[in-house]
Design a protein around this ligand. Structure first.
Ligand code: NAP
Length: 254
């Protein structure tokens, strides 16, 4: 049933962090992986390291540019049967200091970027009768955290999208799921640590420990741990897992 042969997978935000680890895991699972992001250098690194086969630079918040990039990737490697939406930004600010521009960025990239990439790629999955969409949400899609209202609102919205689209395509061989990482050791966390150091004068180690404290395991999650869950959701074996939010958080969210 469905598609056979080498599957083309697209990973947005695939040059760094969780997206990069997901690209590596899907490549290791035998897929042909396209990584997409705004900066060319990390994408080139991913290819040089053998974690991806193809790269496209695009901003997921620019729908026209994104669609052009995804269609170039499709021409090169065939319709994408796997889409991992990992592109995201996590700006923090107290609610009364989070202005309209910050809200706009949070929603445009984290939510509407996921919508636009999915709209572009889903028709090919429906045609093939097989597809996997995995949205990298966050524990901030399942609970709140102070100082990230816009990010948490966008990630909660990604879950609403995930759960509803999953039901819409359930009979078509396509699954739509989310992974919800806790604090994970990537550039996003490095930026949060830098902000905490700048604002509070704490040491970098203290700031990292503060974030690690959220995790009952007392540590940051690794990108490879999130990627392993993503790769499972993208496998044939996960065909019955649909519309789920899988937390990869050491047990933080009950
Ligand atoms: N680290 C955590 O603690 C954590 C926890 C839960 C969820 N997450 C989520 O995990 C995802 C990946 O983040 P990460 O932690 O791996 O951090 P990261 O290394 O900063 O990854 C984010 C990636 O998204 C790309 N990106 C950002 N804005 C983009 C845009 N407008 N268009 C295209 N690409 C864009 C970035 O590349 P360019 O800058 O080159 O575009 C970068 O490669 C995000 O959705 C984040 O919200 C992270």
């Amino acid at each position: 049933m469905g598609h056979t042969g080498v599957r083309h997978a697209i990973v947005t935000g695939g040059g760094t962090g969780i997206g990069r680890a997901a690209a590596a895991a899907l490549t290791a699972a035998g897929m042909r992986v396209t990584v997409l992001g705004r900066r060319a250098a990390p994408l080139r690194d991913a290819i040089a390291a053998g974690d991806a086969a193809h790269a496209e630079t695009a901003d997921v918040a620019d729908q026209t540019g994104l669609e052009a990039a995804l269609s170039r990737a499709t021409v090169a490697h065939g319709p994408a049967l796997v889409l991992v939406n990992a592109a995201g930004v996590a700006e923090s600010a107290p609610f009364l200091k989070a202005d309209a521009a910050l809200w706009d960025r949070a929603l445009r990239v984290n939510l509407l970027g996921t919508v636009a990439a999915t709209r572009a790629v889903l028709p090919g999955m429906l045609d093939a009768g097989w597809g996997r969409v995995v949205n990298v949400a966050s524990t901030a899609a399942l609970r709140g955290y102070a100082y990230v209202t816009a990010y948490a609102a966008a990630k909660h919205a990604v879950l609403g999208l995930t759960r509803s689209l999953a039901l819409e395509v359930a009979t078509r061989g396509v699954t739509v799921n989310a992974v919800c990482p806790g604090f994970t050791d990537t550039d996003i966390v490095a930026e949060s640590v830098a902000r905490i150091v700048a604002k509070t004068g704490r040491t970098e180690d203290d700031a990292r420990a503060e974030l690690a404290k959220h995790n009952p395991q007392g540590r940051l999650v690794t990108p490879a741990e999130v990627a392993a869950t993503i790769a499972f959701l993208c496998s044939d074996a996960a065909a019955a897992v649909n519309g789920r939010a899988l937390a990869v958080d050491g047990g933080e969210v009950p």
